[in-house]
Design a protein. Structure first.
Lengths: 295, 373
């Protein structure tokens, strides 16, 4: 549609610029605060111009929060969660779309319902399970046979504990299901005629076709996993498993300490960087994977 | 090459019956065309042969071996789909060779056969292209290449030409026929296009509402439609019909009060029967108004074909289409006389829709020669 409405155009641009300032303003504040000294950052009103203490603050934040190992932990868990979520989503959607089991709608809606039960809601039972993975198994076996087993598996303070409870994903399954449904049925039938069994079809046809979808999911899921705070905080008492988000907590000034917001902001800036890079690199596919049915 | 036997095959989805007991036999190397309107069950039947649909009841055998419980890959069929169903992310060579890759054929052997197949379907220049970079006709060729590389016993075609434009369709039709001549595998071709059906078939099967209406050579079906449905479905423009009763003498029917002669032998056996009289547009004759033995008809409109024209006339609210020669012209709104030659009249029972005779006049006079396959 082509319209000539200069005034309306000016207004829309104005709204857009205001929105941009609203979104980018806080980031600018984080950046300037992280470059200022303690006196500058504490001055009222807040000075919006950058100072000269950036490297000093970054150094202080890195040391105080022990960010080296924390970032490493975050990277490992986020990557594992990301890969795990994609694998689980691709496979479960595959089962739901391509196998005409009478219960598949039940399963799909069960998966879908978990969208309403984020980790924060079920955090206590999830913690119970993580602390004692075989508890339900033992309970069932005991209820059925009366035998008491002494199976034990504890996920606390481990990478598996940080990763496994986060892997199930309704969003990913849903996204993958929608993608599979855009593919013509004949594709699966042609593969069947060519002699491919289901898993072969999945690997040879579906996975390569879902590349953009996969990268979009990777972007979302990496950022999601990176930003987890509650779960890692609960799961890890051992400092060597601390993630960056949890480490960030130690940079927030407590009541009686110096209000060193410049150091906190420098830390925040460092922690923000990896997801920013991931999004920057993958954003092209991110948009394509979400918007189009590009095959 | 393989025979296909279909014995009392039924298909139903819950309460809805799609196929009501189909019995057919295809000879080895035969080109069989299944023709019918959409929803008649023809594609379902084909997919049951392929193994893509379950068989609710009955038995399908390929090469005298019952295949009801065999997976598609074990039936020795290959299939060309209506939308081609090429793998979008693979190039032409990979598309054609996928079946061999799955079967674990070594790379060198595979490449050799891909090239060989590509030559047959005329794609050797395009092996590195992706399907999105191909034209409709080329995609069709890839789909055919993918089907023939496995050297199947049976080829199945599910309306493969309906996505092509008219010119390409005619061209691919010829190519399919040529390919069949060369490979001589049993082929089953499903279509709703009667021209495709007539031109391709050794054996033509007309289906309607889950029943087989007629099986025969294209000429048999054209000259001796067994039911009113077949008569109306085969031929373009469609057969003209009017409903009437055979006069007591059995030698004529009345059209707008004017007697039309019919085969007396047949008519005398069926005097007084309510019939639908059918006659093909190409067998009607238009003569100047007032000619003896003609029914006065009002020219409704004329469809120009260049090589001739289709004149639509009206007799007391009843429409007739008449194909006329290149040198016959009729003005819209003018009067003309319609003649219905007795030897080309088909009679169908109004009650059952079945053809009244079993030895039609046209055939008795000049039996059509069988088509050389």
């Amino acid at each position: 549609m082509i319209e000539r409405t200069p005034i309306l155009n000016a207004v829309t641009y104005l709204i857009m610029i205001l929105g941009l300032i609203l979104i980018l303003g806080p980031f600018w504040m984080i950046f300037t605060a992280s470059t200022q000294s303690l006196q500058q950052v504490s001055s009222v009103p807040f000075n919006m111009m950058p100072g000269g203490d950036f490297l000093k603050n970054v150094d202080a934040a890195w040391d105080r929060a022990n960010l080296g190992p924390a970032l490493f932990n975050s990277l490992i868990t986020s990557l594992l969660v990301m890969v795990g979520k994609i694998v689980v989503a691709a496979l479960s959607a595959f089962a739901i779309v391509y196998f005409k089991s009478p219960l598949r709608h039940v399963f799909f809606w069960m998966v879908f319902l978990t969208l309403m039960l984020p980790l924060e809601v079920r955090v206590i039972p999830t913690y119970n399970i993580a602390a004692d993975v075989f508890e339900p198994v033992r309970w069932i076996i005991n209820a059925v046979t009366g035998i008491e087993l002494s199976l034990q598996w504890n996920l606390l303070n481990s990478y598996s504990g940080l990763v496994l409870p986060l892997i199930a994903t309704a969003t990913g399954t849903f996204l993958y299901r929608q993608f599979y449904m855009t593919l013509p049925d004949e594709l699966a039938e042609a593969a069947k005629m060519d002699g491919a069994r289901p898993l072969r079809f999945f690997i040879d046809i579906l996975l390569p076709l879902s590349r953009t979808n996969m990268l979009a999911l990777a972007t979302i899921m990496f950022v999601y996993a990176w930003n987890q705070y509650l779960w890692p905080k609960l799961m890890t008492t051992d400092a060597s498993y601390q993630t960056a988000m949890v480490a960030m907590r130690s940079l927030v000034p407590s009541i009686n300490a110096l209000p060193e917001w410049n150091v906190s902001m420098a830390g925040a800036l460092i922690i923000m960087l990896p997801p920013l890079i991931v999004v920057a690199v993958l954003q092209r596919w991110f948009v394509r994977g979400l918007v189009s049915t590009d095959k | 090459m393989a025979e296909i036997g279909i014995k009392n095959v039924r298909k139903s989805y819950g309460q809805t019956q799609i196929l009501h007991g189909v019995d057919l036999n295809f000879k080895s190397g035969e080109f069989v065309v299944i023709l019918g309107p959409s929803g008649c069950g023809k594609s379902t039947l084909l997919r049951m042969i392929a193994g893509l649909e379950e068989i609710s009841a009955g038995e399908i055998s390929i090469d005298n071996k019952v295949v009801n419980d065999l997976e598609p890959r074990d039936r020795g069929c290959s299939m060309v789909f209506q939308n081609y169903a090429l793998y979008p992310h693979m190039n032409v060579a990979a598309n054609i060779g996928y079946a061999l890759k799955v079967a674990g054929v070594p790379r060198a052997e595979r490449d050799r056969r891909i090239l060989e197949t590509a030559k047959i379907v005329g794609l050797e220049e395009l092996l590195n292209r992706k399907p999105a970079q191909l034209s409709g006709g080329q995609r069709q060729r890839v789909a055919m290449g993918r089907a023939i590389i496995r050297e199947p016993k049976v080829f199945l075609f599910d309306e493969p030409l309906s996505n092509l434009d008219a010119k390409l369709r005619v061209q691919m039709r010829v190519e399919i026929r040529r390919l069949h001549k060369r490979l001589s595998a049993t082929s089953v071709f499903v279509t709703h296009d009667q021209v495709e059906a007539m031109t391709l078939a050794d054996k033509l099967i007309v289906m309607n509402k889950g029943h087989v209406e007629q099986v025969g050579t294209p000429l048999e079906i054209y000259h001796r439609p067994r039911t009113r449905f077949v008569g109306s479905f085969i031929g373009s423009p469609a057969m003209n019909f009017f409903e009437t009763t055979i006069a007591p003498g059995g030698d004529r029917v009345l059209l707008d009060g004017i007697a039309q002669a019919i085969d007396p032998l047949l008519g005398s056996k069926n005097a007084g029967v309510k019939v639908a009289v059918g006659i093909r547009p190409e067998h009607c004759r238009l003569v100047p108004a007032g000619t003896v033995n003609s029914v006065p008809a009002n020219v409704d409109f004329v469809e120009e074909l260049g090589s001739g024209r289709i004149v639509h006339v009206e007799i007391d609210g009843l429409g007739f289409a008449v194909s006329v020669e290149e040198d016959q012209f009729f003005e819209q709104g003018a009067m003309a006389g319609l003649q219905l030659p007795a030897e080309h009249i088909h009679l169908f029972s109004q009650e059952t829709g079945l053809r009244l005779d079993d030895a039609p006049v046209a055939l008795r006079q000049s039996a059509p020669k069988t088509v050389a396959a």
